[in-house]
Design a protein around this ligand. Structure first.
Ligand SMILES: [Zn+2]
Length: 240
């Protein structure tokens, strides 16, 4: 019977390992995906900075045009001054010249500001782009690493699967059926240790009389609460 219990423990270990392969792989892929997303977000921000820079350059063109228009207007009005006859006309031209001069002053300031904004947006785009380039290189390295790890995990999965199959064949079919059923019903955990008189599957206490029986290891015992198959481990050597 001791040998049967040991086989069941080994089966459980293999099943536990088998159930973790997909999770391990999924976790590794998830990490890669998150890093990829972070790079994509940064690239979108780079594009936004570049679009802003373009917009500021466009603004510069418009401001320049307004600046030049004002200059032309001033010259025109100054020429007209020679021909005016009334003081009212004279006043009107003076006011237009004043207005155009204000436009010249304002557009000079605006132009400077738009240039600074364009430069700043462009610098931010470049900086973030450099960060992206670095992160992409690291991600490429990490992807290669993860691919190798996944390959290893899949190889190990095959080995474990074969071991499990061989071991299962040596088991009584009724016992195997009971084990498989428990495995399904109890979330992949069918065989558990009893530690300090407590089932490690459901963490309920095992009656002392049954605990003594389990210790002897002469027959298979089930937890009265969760029905998992129980085995005893000595306190000196807890888990194998
Ligand atoms: Zn239990």
């Amino acid at each position: 019977m001791k040998e049967e219990i040991e086989k069941l423990i080994a089966l459980q270990e293999l099943n536990t390992e088998m159930s973790q392969f997909d999770q391990h792989i999924a976790e590794k892929m998830q990490t890669l995906k998150e890093r990829e997303q972070s790079i994509e977000e940064k690239e979108a921000a780079v594009n936004e900075f570049r679009e802003n820079a373009q917009q500021f350059i466009q603004n510069q063109r418009e401001i320049k045009a307004a600046h030049e228009d004002a200059g032309v207007r001033i010259k025109e009005r100054q020429n007209k001054m020679m021909q005016v006859q009334t003081s009212r006309e004279h006043q009107a031209l003076l006011k237009e010249i004043e207005d155009a001069k204000r436009v010249i002053k304002d557009t000079e300031e605006q132009l400077l500001q738009a240039m600074e904004q364009a430069e700043k947006a462009e610098a931010e785009a470049t900086e973030l782009e450099n960060i992206c380039t670095g992160e992409k290189e690291l991600l490429a390295e990490e992807t290669t690493k993860v691919e190798a790890e996944v390959k290893k995990l899949n190889t190990r999965r095959k080995t474990v699967y074969n071991k499990h199959g061989k071991l299962a064949k040596t088991m009584q079919s009724s016992r195997m059926k009971r084990y498989e059923k428990l495995l399904k019903k109890r979330d992949g955990l069918a065989v558990v240790a009893v530690v300090d008189g407590v089932c490690q599957g459901c963490f309920m206490a095992i009656p002392p009389q049954q605990f003594n029986e389990i210790r002897k290891g002469e027959q298979l015992h089930s937890c009265p609460t969760c029905q998992r198959i129980l085995y005893y481990t000595s306190p000196e050597a807890p888990e194998e």
